[in-house]
Write a protein that binds this ligand. Structure first.
Ligand code: 3PG
Length: 400
């Protein structure tokens, strides 16, 4: 972005591909972290006199307008953060977007409606994606890619559009890549990784890479139950991906061979039913050993002994990467495990990286000071795929 600034952006229409995919409760934004993370790039461009056109996806609408996925609340929040009026186009490349883009004064900012309201954005067909990218390109003179959370998507605005306009990486992408690159190169040891979240299948590729890098891998969340099953334990009605059990067994064996400590919960909080996340009625869970989950119960958080164990293992870490909550943290009775890990990161002297939409949101929603962590990534899938060593389409297009 500084290179673009040197060439001069004043009076130019700059398309900023951001990731404003924030969690919403109706039209209420429950965590604005992603908007705050990209706001400085937008402010910088506006201060340099650019006409800034911000675009993003939100959720997964089906390629057609759907008011439940409107970016209007995000545009309003962006305006509050920038302290200025932000125009909003009610479409992506239609009359409204064209009028808004043409009417921008130098230093003004506009947000387009959700890019995924147009089927061309996510199409697998190169021509269809290309046609949408052509329409987007017609709105602007320059492109800044700063939606780190979406760089793993080969989508029109992420991958095809930068090929059509002079382009640069924004400051958020530069920071994110700088931090994650450090994790793949010169980590301070011990390097401890904490993995949680619902599905083990989402994490296997990153575990594959981390087995070559990490000293310890601590597992929690829904994915832990497939590993417990692989160890021969019954998991009751807990989340289980039976088809992934052989892969888990293989990783456990590889970890042992490589001397990587692969740590599973020793106790868990269980209940016969999933908690009420809206009314938050008390769930009254019981604590059981991880190898003694009753047949009619579901594991919903790591237990107190596991929290203590994980906190100890985090205390002497040199570097920590954490992705995925330890339990159903949205309910207060099951937030303890995720809180304990967040506190464990804060208590350790390690360089700490929180990766992922859910764990980043959990840290903020549970009231932790986000500035106390080394780095909180705005990318969930993107940060994992970066650590997996994959080529990320949105980064490749910017480097091109
Ligand atoms: C995310 O939330 O990880 C990014 O915004 C990408 O969203 P997607 O998984 O719907 O592509």
């Amino acid at each position: 972005i500084d290179d673009l600034a040197t060439e001069g952006v004043a009076g130019k229409r700059v398309f900023v591909r951001a990731d404003l995919n924030v969690p919403l409760d109706g039209t209420e934004i429950t965590d604005d972290g992603r908007i705050r993370a990209v706001a400085p790039t937008i402010a910088k461009l506006a201060e340099l006199g650019a006409k800034v056109i911000v675009a993003s996806h939100l959720g997964r609408p089906k390629g057609a307008p759907d008011p439940a996925f409107s970016l209007a609340p995000a545009a309003t929040r962006l305006g509050e953060l920038l302290g200025k009026d932000v125009a909003f186009a009610t479409d992506t490349v239609g009359e409204s977007a064209q009028a808004v883009a043409a009417g921008l004064a130098d230093g003004q900012v506009a947000v387009l409606e959700n890019l995924r309201f147009n089927a061309g954005e996510t199409s697998k067909d190169d021509a269809e994606r290309g046609a949408f990218a052509d329409q987007l390109a017609a709105l602007a003179d320059l492109y800044v890619g700063d939606g780190f959370g979406a760089v793993h998507r080969q989508h029109a605005s992420v991958y095809d559009l930068p090929k059509r306009l002079p382009h640069a990486a924004g400051d958020l992408i530069a920071t994110e890549v700088g931090v994650l690159k450090k994790l793949t190169e010169d980590v301070r040891r011990p390097y401890v990784v904490v993995l949680g979240g619902a599905k083990v299948s989402d994490k296997l590729a990153v575990i594959d890479q981390l087995l070559e890098k990490a000293d310890r891998i601590l597992v929690g969340g829904g994915m832990a139950y497939t590993f417990l099953k692989a160890k021969g334990h019954e998991v009751g009605i807990s989340l289980l991906q039976e088809d992934q059990v052989p892969a888990c067994l293989e990783y456990l064996a590889r970890a042992e061979k490589r001397g990587v400590e692969f740590v599973l919960p020793v106790d868990v909080l269980v209940s016969p039913e999933f908690p009420d996340l809206k009314g938050k009625t008390p769930a009254n869970p019981t604590t059981v050993a991880a190898d003694a989950i009753p047949a009619d119960q579901e594991g919903l958080d790591i237990g107190p002994k596991t929290r203590e164990l994980y906190a100890e293992m985090l205390a002497d870490a040199g570097t920590v990467f954490w992705n995925g909550p330890m339990g159903v943290f949205e309910h207060p009775d099951y937030a303890g495990g995720t809180k304990a890990v967040a506190q464990g990161l804060l208590n350790s002297k390690a360089f700490t990286v929180v990766g992922g939409g859910d764990s980043a949101a959990a840290v903020r929603l549970l009231g932790f000071d986000e500035n106390a962590f080394g780095h909180i990534s705005t990318g969930g899938g993107a940060s994992l795929e970066y650590l997996e060593g994959k080529t990320l389409p949105g980064l490749a297009a910017l480097e091109d």
